[in-house]
Design a protein around this ligand. Structure first.
Ligand code: NAP
Ligand code: ZN
Length: 352
């Protein structure tokens, strides 16, 4: 398969900083769209993968698969939905089998044969290679995994919708959060700030549950009606047993019992952040009140397009800080030390 060399940034080992790399992209096939990347969001998952926190990273890792925005510069003969010049996005997925029962239900993220992730997955097109993410100047993707971006939205602010957006939208939608529900969002980071915006737009009574009291003002500006500081025992007691739904974006293992205590009878807490062992929790925390703990992984392509269209109608984008590609290692430090408002987005001009 013919390839083209493009500029990228990646990690060659879990302990190394990210640095400039050259990577190969396949030439445009019949069903492919070639995208000139303009912006790419920085998800905490990029850091987990670059640093091999979840094990299973194959180096070099070129992260940034999750939140790619760009313009179409070339399309294959079989492409019907996109043309040169279109504003498009790519999220966490670039391929799946298309025939298993998950794929048939538009849940490609749970493809039974294994979805191909935008980075750190075996590349089906270039033998022996891994997929490489959006910290690069261009990418070639099957049109089925390309999303259409509403032109009225701010281009850079749209990038994080492709991961932070869909990851918070999908559970709110699956668990049918509706007008008047009391919804808690735990963790005001990249995911959490989108969770607050969506829950607000759906008409819920939104409570930001945070460890950082200084973020309270921002939380309200983003759409929270109340702020609950989880380190404040009195405050936690006041909200006991009162939530219809809680979205938990904490990125590391943590105590579950205090948060489970906030749920009402028959209500659900959805975990999206901690892909690692949680501290043991007391069975009584869910037995009393018939409560549920659930999980959620990004969202399928159809649902991602629905979320983007909703954002287009309601003019919802992410609150971002734009950085140059060369600042990525500093940005990683700031994300892990909880100093980001509320998503870094790389201006890919800096790499070109
Ligand atoms: P982030 O920007 O770092 O935000 C996480 C927030 O959680 C922080 O801002 C902080 O908010 C809170 N937090 C951090 N450490 C905490 C602790 N020890 N205890 C309690 N709260 C803590 O991260 P993100 O990009 O939103 O990603 C969140 C997690 O979701 C990551 O692990 C990421 O890998 C994962 N993720 C999952 C999916 C999926 O499909 N399931 C998709 C994308 C990302 P406060 O200051 O407000 O407390
Ligand atoms: Zn499948």
């Amino acid at each position: 398969m013919a390839t083209t060399t493009v500029k990228a940034y990646g990690a060659t080992a879990s302990t190394e900083d990210l640095k400039p790399l050259d990577i190969e992209r396949r030439s445009v096939g019949t069903d492919d769209v070639k995208i000139d990347i303009t912006y790419c969001g920085v998800c905490h998952s990029d850091i987990h993968t670059a640093r091999n926190d979840w094990k299973g990273s194959t180096y070099p890792v070129v992260p940034g698969g999750h939140e790619i925005i760009g313009r179409v510069v070339e399309v294959g003969n079989g492409v019907s939905n996109y043309k040169v010049g279109d504003l498009v996005g790519v999220g966490c997925l670039v391929d799946s089998c298309q025939t298993c029962s998950s794929c048939e239900q538009d849940l490609e993220q749970f493809c039974e044969k294994g979805a191909t992730w935008t980075y750190n997955s075996p590349d089906k097109h270039i033998e022996g290679a891994q997929t490489y993410g959006g910290y690069s100047t261009s990418v070639v993707v099957d049109e089925k995994f390309v999303l259409s971006i509403p032109e009225n939205l701010d281009e850079a602010g749209t990038a994080p919708l492709l991961c932070a957006g869909i990851t918070t939208w999908s559970p709110l939608s699956h668990w049918k959060v509706k007008k008047g529900d009391k919804v808690g969002v735990i963790g005001l980071g990249g995911l959490g700030h989108m969770g607050v915006k969506f829950a607000h737009a759906l008409g819920a009574h939104v409570v930001m549950i945070t460890t950082s009291p200084e973020k309270g003002k921002d939380a309200k500006r983003l759409g929270a009606h109340e702020v609950l500081v989880s380190k404040d025992a009195e405050d936690m007691k006041k909200h006991q047993g009162s939530f219809d739904f809680i979205l938990n974006t904490i990125p590391v293992g943590h105590e579950m019992d205090p948060y489970l205590g906030l749920l009402k009878i028959d209500s659900t807490m959805v975990l999206v952040g901690a892909v690692e062992p949680l501290k043991p929790f007391h069975g009584g925390s869910v037995i009393g009140g018939r409560k549920r703990i659930a999980g959620s992984l990004i969202g399928g392509i159809k649902e991602t397009q629905e979320m983007l269209d909703f954002c287009g109608e309601h003019n919802i984008t992410s609150d971002i800080e734009i950085i140059d590609m060369q600042d990525i290692n500093k940005a990683y430090e700031r994300v892990t030390s909880n100093d980001v408002k509320y998503r870094f987005v790389i201006d890919m001009k800096s790499l070109k």
